[in-house]
Write a protein that binds this ligand. Structure first.
Ligand SMILES: [Zn+2]
Length: 402
């Protein structure tokens, strides 16, 4: 009988990019020192993949579904439905969930889709104040992580065109307000939040401390109850997911995987990379599969910070990929290590694109003579023979039993 292979999928969110002048015309992946990832590419396989099925927007929701082996065209209802699963908020068929950002709007422009990376405690105070003013039967806000929250609205509007706030950084918001049937109801909630937050003590303290206030909520990414074929039934795999964000946590819940909490995981460049790696190694010790998601490179892309993005990618390589790979090698058990990213978040655009991204995997244990310094490119310019495949198809084949 063959021994079951351990599988680790390590995801640096938004690592893909475009050439950046500040980096001498290189992309952050090309500029970064990432010896572990380049070694995996050299000793295993590396290629470009498409993570977003045609016709869908390149969000982390759809792209991480792809990296977990699900085609969003079949199962996806909307981002907020996944985040609701992540917060263990059950959705009835009549419920509509809306992703609710705390944002900073100044002079009519989207200054910051993250309200200065507001803390959980401050954010939850604001959400509570908003509920006190707005909640009614069938309409309630739920506090999440930092600037990321949810509205669950029974029989809420499902025909609205809503714009992700991180796609309009620096732009006028007037052209991007909710549009379509019942737009006035959605706009009224956003307007109400502006009045509730205006003189709130949390914002007064933030402004006094030189930090950005959360001037209002921004609704987007709505979805209704959804389900996914679970991992144990689909691939015969038991395992867990490590992430700081409700979105990926929600995919874990929907996929029948364990949500593993790491106390220092923040979703920002100060995240506890090493803590995530330790949790991943522990998960692989007691199960078959782990999916580690690191949000930091994406956040740097959205904020237009090239040097910080390079540093986030280097931290991912040194503190996540290298130790997890070393632990797999040390265990001596058959394994497959997959290193990938969900989409490009070019620092020049400060938003996502659907262009293909690099994807690498290596099987082990390695031959005893495998060179320590092996290195191959892991970037956006890997030569592709034909159109890169959809990652959901490739990864499904890589997750099949050996
Ligand atoms: Zn993003």
């Amino acid at each position: 009988m063959s021994v079951k292979r351990k599988i680790a999928v390590l995801v640096g969110d938004g690592m893909g990019d475009e050439p950046v002048a500040e980096l001498g015309g290189r992309t952050p992946l090309q500029a970064a020192g990432i010896p572990a990832i380049r070694r995996a590419a050299a000793l295993g396989h590396v290629q470009l993949v498409h993570t977003v099925p045609p016709g869908l927007a390149p969000g982390s929701d759809v792209a991480n579904m792809g990296l977990l082996g699900y085609n969003a065209r079949e199962n996806y209802t909307g981002r907020a439905a996944i985040e609701a699963a992540g917060q263990r908020l059950p959705l009835d068929p009549a419920d509509v969930a809306y992703r609710t950002n705390l944002v900073t709007i100044q002079d009519g422009r989207m200054l910051d889709y993250s309200a200065g990376d507001i803390s959980n405690g401050e954010a939850h105070e604001l959400i509570a104040a908003l509920n006190a003013a707005a909640a009614r039967d069938g309409l309630q806000f739920h506090g999440g992580v930092s600037y990321r929250h949810l509205l669950i609205w029974r029989d809420g509007p499902t025909g609205l065109v809503l714009t992700p706030p991180h796609e309009i950084s620096g732009k006028s918001v007037a052209d991007h307000l909710p549009r379509g049937p019942r737009q006035d109801e959605a706009r009224a909630l956003m307007e109400l939040s502006r009045r509730v937050f205006a003189d709130h003590p949390v914002n007064q303290a933030r402004v006094a401390g030189g930090r950005r206030p959360a001037t209002q909520i921004w609704l987007w990414g709505f979805g209704q109850a959804m389900s996914l074929p679970p991992y144990p039934a689909r691939y015969g795999l038991q395992g867990g997911v490590i992430t700081a964000v409700d979105l990926v946590r929600g995919l874990a819940v929907l996929a029948g995987l364990e949500v593993i909490h790491v106390p220092g995981a923040t979703g920002w460049i100060d995240t506890d990379y090493a803590g995530k790696a330790r949790a991943a190694i522990d998960c692989l010790r007691r199960s078959d599969f782990v999916y580690v998601h690191v949000e930091a490179p994406d956040e740097c892309g959205h904020k237009g910070l090239a040097a910080e993005k390079v540093r986030a990618i280097e931290n991912f390589d040194r503190q996540v990929v290298a130790p997890v790979w070393a632990a797999l090698e040390a265990a001596g058990h058959p394994y497959r290590l997959i290193v990938c990213t969900d989409h490009r978040t070019p620092v020049a655009r400060r938003g996502h694109t659907s262009d293909p991204v690099p994807f690498a995997w290596v099987d082990g244990p390695l031959d005893p003579g495998a060179p320590d310094n092996a290195s191959a490119a892991f970037d956006e310019f890997i030569p592709a023979a034909g159109i890169p495949p959809l990652v959901c198809d490739l990864i499904s084949s890589l997750l099949e039993p050996a």
